[in-house]
Design a protein around this ligand. Sequence first.
Ligand code: ADP
Length: 464
Amino acid sequence: MPGGTPGTPSSKTKDKIMMRTKVVVALYPFRAIEGGDLSLEKGAEYEVLDDSQEHWWKVKDEHGSIGYIPSNYVKEKELLGLQKYEWYVGDMSRQRAESLLKQEDKEGCFVVRNSSTKGLYTLSLYTKVPHPHVKHYHIKQNTRGEFYLSEKHCCGSIPDLVNYHRHNSGGLASRLKTSPCDRPVPPTAGLSHDKWEIDPAELHLLEELGSGQFGVVRRGKWRGSIDVAVKMMKEGTMSEDDFIEEAKVMTKLQHQNLVQLYGVCSKDRPIYIVTEYMRHGSLLNYLRRHEATLGANVGLLLDMCIQVCKGMAYLERHNYIHRDLAARNCLVGSENVVKVADFGLARYVLDDQYTSSGGTKFPIKWAPPEVLNYTRFSSKSDVWAYGVLMWEVFTCGKMPYGRLKNTEVVERVQRGIILERPKACFKEVYEVMRKCWAHCPEVRPSFRVLKEQLISVSQGLLND
Ligand code: ADP
């Protein structure tokens, strides 16, 4: 009988029953503002109804309400692991964990993070005794698979171990007391599902953050609640229609080390480009402003380079070329997060002085020979620029090639003369920079490889 005996499920419905329903848990709260979206309560569970789009999933909450939520705000329940704990910070580097804990400035404040050795975890703990500092302890495992910080106190799981040390310092510099609160929530890919056109009436514009090539950048609030940066494009500076098309693609690029594009206001002129707000502004100015403290913290400088490299490796994986990578085009947010901004924008600039390698605004000092000679951009020309960015970071924002004129720089680059090793820079790190400046693009490492090399240099030098 077609469809099977009444009362017994047909093979189709059987398939449906067999299909596991996917349940996710909210890692961050999310407030639905746009119709069709659904609010998330941190820690609550949701059933996923449609995860066919990468960034916005349709889910059902426990009351039966249905709507879209940002997929990077939830994690599948079965894969949740340590992520449900306040003290777990995932892929945070030693340097960023230190700044975060120092900023909190509370005795016994701690986090657990992924160690730079895959599969291992590290506990970072702040103590004021005998002076304010952060201690890092590897969480080890014995042959029975139990976790421990000191061999005398082994526990079946990391949460049990954390609980044990909440009550007993057991050899640690302090008992574990609190973990940092009010940590920033990540940006969403666009401000709502399928939304990249933003109504300017919903943007409340605040102070000016700076001005650049394309015009003024102001801080803003979207619908009174979400912090954004609004770039107001000077008219006639870019080929607008092409850019607006591209913006749809760009809102879908999402990575913790890329400045998130939320969308554009393209109905009126000037066009607004709306992005994630980064409270400490451009990396270049940040390096210059904090030279005294950063110059003495080589670990943090290397960590900034690794963060940029991670963002660039993501772009490379998506075959996306930046074309204007430099410290001035990266931004710094809270907790020393560094993100790459303005990727791909250079293609839409109309100003010849900026786009042609002979132009006065062309970023000559970041350009490899094949760009200078044939304007041939690729991920490998981004790698060259990345080497120069590393140099900018390790000199705390010096101008590459000092006062040399563009023509002199071009001549040097063609002859294979490269930038000198900055004083603060380890030999091992300079070796990586040099690889970025191989004359032939094919010889330069990819960002994927660079990332691995830098992480291993950092492990070797800084003893994670
Ligand atoms: P352009 O690319 O047009 O030259 P920029 O993007 O460099 O302009 O912006 C100019 C300045 O505005 C930056 O140096 C920075 O200080 C500030 N700014 C730009 N975008 C943001 C942002 N998303 N968050 C905070 N500040 C920003």
